[in-house]
Structure formats: structure tokens, C-alpha cells
Ligand binder design. Sequence first.
Ligand code: 5GP
Ligand code: MN
Length: 339
Amino acid sequence: MSTQDILEIKTLLASPKRIAIIPHKNPDGDAIGSTLGLLNYLLKLNHNALVIAPNDYPDFLKWLPNENSILKYDTQQEECDTFITEADIIFTLDFNALHRTGNMEAILKASEAIKIMIDHHQQPDDYAKYMFSDVTMSSTCEMVYHFFAKLDTLESIDKDIATCLYVGIMTDTGSFRFRSTTSTTHRIIADLIDKGADNTQIHNNVYDTNSYNRLQLLGCALSNLNVIPEYRAAYITLSQDELQKLEYKKGDTEGFVNYALSLDNIVLAAIFIEDKNQGIIKISLRSKGDFSVNELSRQHFNGGGHTNAAGGKSDTDLPSTVEKFISILPHYSNALNNE
Ligand code: 5GP
Ligand code: MN
């Protein structure tokens, strides 16, 4: 994003606008934190702004400031279409290609609003007039903070905005431990605490609201854990039956894949989650070091993401998806064993 871009965006935001803010489908902590952080900022500047999510998100995010104003496209399409059609500006946050919004892709493509992308995923598509894309960033929330800095408006960050941004940085960095976490990330977190983010309360709200069933589901996932030591890989499966038995709710499987990656000497981890309604297996991939699960997912599982965290899907059933995963490992033998 050039100085000229910043000047133009400053001019755009100098008078009240109608602004739609869009996260990706199945939004996570960073997607909801960044869109709500930006929403609360734009509302303070008297814009008519609204977050429109493609679909629902986990309950552990349903306490964030102004969360209850979020519209969901899959259940409120008419209202969403009207707002998007009449929008002057559309911010797209935490994704790199319009198809990541699922059924919202068509209306977003058709819209003539000025699009502004803020995102940290690899290989971004070129759909936005203004692109703030940086794959070295820990999170989109960290980028929204930098965006406010570029606009010379860091002093606008209040407790609500700080809380939203803290959540996304915390969740996307695995609580400040992934490689993307820098000293700058920590300085930003310190500033967000100074501006009112209650770090202990936020950790409690996001991580310490487990249901009994979720912990049982974790037990089930761990008992389904398989290790392939010769390729330093480990994977977990969860079938629809297992999910149903434990009354699975959105977000319940968040973080499970990290247990597979926490095994000694493992550099590649996967979780395969059956979704019979959509007829797909949802895949989450994680890695250590330079082994790129973004590349692996793009090549074999119709997805993408970051070097060390990516997602994808498969249209075949659970056993054949796992079989495919195992069958491709020999191609990566050198990379996995030299990591
Ligand atoms: P997760 O495994 O937690 O769902 O996602 C890990 C990372 O990969 C996130 O940054 C997420 O946005 C991205 N991601 C997840 N699923 C997909 C997908 O189907 N396609 C692409 N391109 N990225 C994905
Ligand atoms: Mn993110």
C-alpha cells in the first residue's frame, strides 16, 4: 500500500460512507476480531458500517464488542445484498480470493464499491483497488493496527477496538508462539493492553469456555490420532457419527490439529473432519519450519493458507481422503526429513 493509496483512503474516509466489512467463510478469531476492530473504528468516525459474514462463527467469539450487529449472509441474504449493492466501500479482511466468501462471491464480484483488502495469506488475487497484503504478518488484526498507524489514527483505538484486535492476534499466533510472532507483535499487544484490552479476561472468554462434550470430542480425536514416523507426519480423523454423538458445535474442533503437531519429531500434522451435509472432508494442515502446507494444500486439497497453517477440502469420503494424504507423503519425504 503506497503513500498515495493512504492519502486516497484518508480522503475517502474523511466524509461518512456506507461501508461493508467482509470476513471469510467459517470466520475464525482473526477474521471476526479484525472485522469488528475495523467496524468499531469506522462507527466512531460516523460511517454507516456493517460486518457481513458469509456464515456463523464459534460461540467463543460471541461476546466481542458489537458482535451482535454482524449480519450472516446464509440466513439474512436479502438484507446483506441490499447493503452490499448500495455500499461505497467494501473492506475484505483475512482472505485472499473472493471465492473464500462462499456464496457471497457473486455479489462481491458484481459490486462497484471501492474494494480495500487487508490480508496476510499467500498468493492474493488481484480484485481490490487498494491492497494491503503482507504474508509476513502474524494476523490480519496486527495489520489493522498498522493500517490505523498509516492513517495516523492510533489514538482512536479505544478499549473495544483494542479488545477485538487482541483476540485475532492471540488466536492466529497460538497465543504469541508461532513463528510469525515478532517483537513488533508484542509491542502492539502491549499497546492494546495499555489501551484497555483485558488480556486475562480475553484468554478466559476464548479458551476457558469448554463444554463437557467438547472435551469428550478432544478425547475422541486424540484416540483417533495416527503417527507416520517415517514421514514425521501425524493425523487425526473425526467422522460425522463421532461429531454427532458428542453434539458437535461450530468451533469445537478448533486447535485439535495442534495436538498432532505437538508430538516430538513431527513436522506435518493434519485433521480430517467429515461433513456429510456439504459432502466434503474439511482438512486443516499445520507444519513446523519451512515445510509449506500452503503448497501441499494448493497441490492436493483445493485449498491454501500460510506456510505453517493451511486448510483445504476433499470431495471423496473419509477413508479415501486419508489414503490420499498418506499416498502423497513419499513425494515430500526429503522435505519432511530434512526439516
Ligand atoms: P484452518 O485450518 O484453521 O481452518 O485454517 C488455517 C489457515 O488456512 C487459515 O489462515 C485459513 O484462512 C486458511 N484456510 C482454511 N481453509 C482454506 C481453504 O479451503 N482455502 C484456502 N485458500 N485457505 C484456507
Ligand atoms: Mn488470519
